[in-house]
Design a binder for this molecule. Structure first.
Ligand code: ATP
Ligand code: MG
Length: 451
């Protein structure tokens, strides 16, 4: 049996890395004060047809569709926005007094694409959707989330690209201008673009095949068609980004694949040598008509989504070591069959006191247990033998320095607490070589790169 094409299993280091990403994202969302939401993995197919748009690649070629046993047309969600918007409307979140409603989600998405590096059929996204604010500050805040996340991860090679698609009127006028411009060049364009010319000419600019062509480079510029309101809004977004020290590039050809965007659109690209062509780490924008299009009350929105797999590729490409060493605080070894139950009990007690604890499940001998403790990256080994049981004094061994201690049962928790704190401090000092001031607890204050 083999996994389906374009999917992958998670285990080992990859799993630890994903958990690290999710913890970081969840902590970040707490600081930004966003609300966690979760929507079904499948929805009525019509939601995506109306919400994402019939002419998009996602809906026209990439969906996983099925009929359920009640003969209803269902689709595995290809993206998160449509479901979150549906939920916003269905649960009447628009009636809340505390606007804007700022939400975040993560989970698997499904698209029937040709699998390759950074492109899967089941992939994971983290995203945010914010409802009820037209402010350019909101656009800048949403853009700042992935940028801050990448900074926290230590990713350096990133490039933020922004553009404005303007309002409905802008799009209409620009659409006409593009049709006029591309009409004489239809023969030169790829078959996809010829189809886009009919259905959604804006998306010709999005084409990866025709990108370099003469008629593409000289296409009318969207910025010449922006209304005064759209221009002012875009200017403000830039001012807010400047205020947050976020560098960006204005890319006039950035239109994004989805039909629902208005005003700001953005992408964050991996700008790393040899990264490959699937280098868009995250993408998003403002969608002021989507809630209305899905039969909700007119409500502005803005959001983005990022793909886990490409982030992990970027981390690997920049050889960033995530700070997620999987270490065991204590490994409990019973010296014979008689102490097995007590060792098992102590394992549980120490876990309940906040330590990461392992014990022997395979009846290993002493040497085998010490080997296993090493394999698991154990900091302290606790031995329980006949004497230990009788006197309630345990032998605890520092697995790195091999120092040994005899500790009364009642003081084990205190002892481990103190000793583990000491090892953390030593590790932190080693990063600044003790030359600089360390705050002694959490993070080294030396501002030098941690080694
Ligand atoms: P692309 O142009 O690369 O196909 P997209 O425009 O289809 O991307 P979005 O729908 O905007 O992408 O999704 C946002 C993010 O989700 C992307 O920037 C990418 O990181 C990730 N993503 C999209 N499709 C896939 C996929 N098939 N496999 C892995 N990640 C993906
Ligand atoms: Mg795509």
């Amino acid at each position: 049996m083999q996994k389906p094409k374009g999917t992958y299993d998670v285990y080992g280091k990859y799993g630890e890395n994903i958990q690290y990403l999710e913890k970081l994202l969840s902590a970040l969302m707490e600081k930004y004060h966003y609300e966690f939401v979760r929507t079904p993995i499948f929805e009525a197919s019509s939601l995506f047809h109306r919400g994402v748009g019939e002419t998009t690649d996602i809906v026209s070629k990439e969906t996983y569709d099925f009929k359920d046993r009640g003969n209803r047309d269902m689709t595995l969600r290809p993206e998160g926005t449509a479901g979150v918007v549906r939920s916003f409307i269905e649960n009447k979140l628009y009636t809340r007094a505390n606007m804007p409603v700022k939400t975040w989600y993560y989970g698997p998405m499904f698209r029937y694409e040709r699998p390759q590096a950074g492109r899967f059929r089941e992939f994971y996204q983290f995203g945010v959707e914010v409802f009820g604010s037209e402010s350019a500050m909101m656009d800048a805040e949403v853009i700042s989330i992935p940028v801050t996340f990448f900074r926290l991860l230590g990713l350096k090679g990133i490039k933020v690209k922004i553009n404005s698609l303007g309002d409905k009127e802008t799009r209409e006028n620009y659409r006409e201008a593009l049709k006029k411009h591309f009409a004489p060049y239809l023969e030169d364009l790829c078959s996809d673009c010829r189809e886009r010319f009919e259905k959604n000419p804006l998306r010709i600019l999005d084409c990866k095949v025709d990108k370099e062509k003469e008629c593409m480079v000289h296409a009318p510029k969207l910025s010449d068609y922006l209304s005064e309101t759209a221009k002012a809004h875009f200017k403000e977004v830039q001012q807010y980004l400047d205020a947050l020290n976020i560098e960006y590039e204005i890319d006039e050809h950035l239109v994004r694949g989805l039909d629902y965007y208005t005003y700001t659109v953005f992408e964050v690209e991996a700008d790393i040598k040899d990264f490959g062509s699937n280098n868009v780490l995250c993408a998003g924008g403002r969608y002021n008509h989507l809630v209305e299009n899905l039969d909700g009350p007119s409500t502005p929105g803005v959001g983005f989504a990022l793909g886990y797999e490409r982030i992990l590729n970027a981390i690997e490409a920049e050889q960033i070591k995530l700070d997620n060493e999987n270490q065991v605080d204590a490994y409990i070894i019973p010296l014979s069959e008689h102490e097995k139950t007590d060792a098992f009990q102590l394992t549980q007690t120490l876990r309940m006191n906040g330590f990461t604890v392992e014990t022997d499940y395979l009846n290993r001998n002493l040497k085998g247990n010490f080997k296993q403790a090493d394999r698991l990256n154990t900091k302290f080994v606790i031995l329980i033998g006949e004497n230990e049981m009788k006197d309630h004094i345990y032998t605890i061994k520092n697995n790195q320095t091999k120092e040994e201690y005899q500790i009364d049962q009642d003081y084990i928790v205190m002892f481990l607490d103190e000793k583990l704190e000491e090892t953390v401090l030593e590790e932190e000092h080693s990063c600044c070589h003790g030359d600089h001031h360390c705050d002694g607890k959490n993070h080294c204050q030396c501002h030098h790169e941690h080694e």
